[in-house]
Design a protein around this ligand. Sequence first.
Ligand code: GDP
Ligand code: MG
Length: 162
Amino acid sequence: MKPVIALVGRPNVGKSTLFNQLTKSRDALVADLPGLTRDRKYGDACIENKSFIVIDTGGIGESDLGIDAPMAEQSQQAIMEADIVLFLVDARAGLMPADVQIADQLRMRGKPIHLIVNKIDGLQEEVGMAEFHRLGLGETHAIAASHGRGVTLMMERILAEF
Ligand code: GDP
Ligand code: MG
């Protein structure tokens, strides 16, 4: 069975860009407009002879994170379907309150989570990653999805157990 990997996080952190890198297709919509990808998107991917399925999601916005609001439906679905969750954050934007809330919600799902610090290009890796350690989410990877930097190494580490 191919592992299923869900990409979740706030809008605009680079989920669709990573999806495109992994699937090498232009299937997922990449745009500067946050929240443009409304539905889940599935792609077939293969890194270093390991196949997996990747799910792109529209993102979890502020409005999805109120006291009573459940996490965006499509993100919840993707997480349920996934064997591994990649939680993307934006190194340029820094740690946002919504990131903390998403991390809290993810922890409750009991799925393996990897924290992906994206947009590390032009930043010192350790400096860019430092503030996200506060999220307390185990394995952390620094990448620049739009340059493909760090993506293969990240996936090798993530897929090592599969
Ligand atoms: P999504 O809403 O999470 O799917 O984010 P997108 O993939 O649509 O990307 C949002 C914006 O961030 C786009 O303008 C991308 O070009 C940009 N972006 C994505 N990855 C990187 C990266 O590694 N470095 C930089 N500098 N920009 C990136
Ligand atoms: Mg997107």
